[in-house]
Ligand binder design. Structure first.
Ligand SMILES: *[C@@H]1O[C@H](CO)[C@@H](O)[C@H](O)[C@H]1NC(C)=O
Ligand SMILES: *[C@@H]1O[C@H](CO)[C@@H](O)[C@H](O)[C@H]1NC(C)=O
Length: 340
């Protein structure tokens, strides 16, 4: 993209951008994290990545697999972590408490100077997945292992918007027939344990699938006619999607649950509506927005993890999967952060 080439060609501008981003994250540091995916070649050097998080004062990270190099780099960093149990491990961990104990010992207990905030058992696990049948048992085993190890860490799983339907207007939101039975025991577990549910909330994906019905402005938090839903009014798709999941939870004995937005971002190229400008608008507006809550949960800051830190060249197709990064793979920023 031409804009990123211009930006990245000037060292002075780069330093300025980094400074802007640092103060930017600082103002909202309480609620904002950034996802660090590693589907790239060559791999990022994790020490440099953690140094970049620190430089920008990003205090939370989501990280998708228990890679020792990265966990070591996070030691004493004070960065709070969402660590995923990858889908490929679910069946094994569900099959025996010992397997779960080993996983927690090797990837969590051994890093006693890393701050684990959540362990996410599976990302976007589907009822039709072979591993889907193992999800609840894997969560329970991991939770037991965490307690046995004398740790206090939230255990959850991350769903995506594919789990809900009838999302317009948001109060009609419900889990699809397929997901309803699949998620009910998971919801009951989370309610019992008072752990939040994680949601990958990507208005971009809804937008690109419904170009004729969803105004770009509504997806980008720009001024747009509001969507009226009984006593609630919606000014952006992010809140509408989040509240449709809250509505679905209320219909499935999960009204007490908190939702953490475990991914949200906007790609800069490779699909309809992608551009550096749109990504910059989305991310900046998102960060400004999360402090205020949603119409159904007003005033309650939304703990949110931006997707993602870097472009990941091994992702896709579709092509846009590669371009969600705030930074290029070479750690240069793709756009500045425009705050006032
Ligand atoms: C990562 O970079 C640091 C210097 O910033 C270097 O000391 C270290 O060896 C590198 N690690 C790998 C695995 O290349
Ligand atoms: C668990 O999650 C809640 C938010 O839902 C948070 O307030 C709490 O600090 C988390 N626990 C730990 C140990 O991080």
């Amino acid at each position: 993209m031409s804009e990123s080439r211009i930006l990245t060609s000037s060292p002075v501008l780069l330093i300025l951008l980094s400074l802007l981003m640092a103060s930017f994250f600082d103002t909202t540091a309480g609620q904002i994290g950034v996802c660090y995916g590693r589907s790239d070649n060559p791999r990022q050097n994790s020490s440099n990545v953690v140094a970049l998080y620190k430089k920008l004062n990003i205090q939370r990270m989501r990280f998708y697999d228990p890679d020792a190099e990265t966990l070591n780099a996070l030691r004493n960093s004070n960065i709070e972590l969402i660590l995923d149990v990858p889908k490929r491990d679910l069946q094994r961990i569900a099959s025996s408490q010992g397997e779960a104990d080993t996983w927690i010992r090797d990837n969590v207990k051994n890093y006693n100077n890393v701050r684990f905030r959540y362990i996410t058992v599976g990302n976007e696990v589907k009822p039709s997945d072979l591993d889907g049948r193992s999800l609840l048992q894997a969560m329970e085993n991991i939770d037991n292992s965490v307690s046995k190890a004398g740790l206090r860490i939230n255990v959850s799983t991350a769903i995506d918007m594919g789990a809900v339907t009838d999302t317009y207007p948001p109060s009609r939101g419900r889990f699809t027939d397929e997901y309803k039975d699949f998620l009910q025991p998971v919801i009951d577990f989370l309610v019992r344990k008072k752990y939040p549910l994680l949601l990958n909330n990507h208005p971009y994906l809804s937008y690109k699938d419904n170009l004729k019905d969803i105004p770009l402005e509504y997806a980008l938090f720009k001024p747009t006619p509001v969507v009226i839903d009984n006593q609630y009014s919606y000014k952006n798709l992010f809140d509408a999607e989040l509240d449709s999941v809250y509505a679905a939870l209320e219909k499935s004995r999960g009204g007490s649950l908190e939702i953490v937005v475990s991914e949200s971002g906007w790609p800069t190229e490779g699909g309809p509506g992608t551009s550096v400008e749109n990504a910059k608008t989305y991310i900046n507006n998102l960060i400004q927005h999360v402090g205020t809550g949603t119409p159904r949960r007003p005033g309650k800051p939304i703990e949110t993890y931006i997707f993602a830190m870097f472009d990941e060249n091994l992702k896709g197709p579709p092509e846009f999967e590669k371009f969600w990064g705030l930074f290029l793979a070479n750690q240069q920023p793709k756009y500045d952060v425009n705050f006032n």
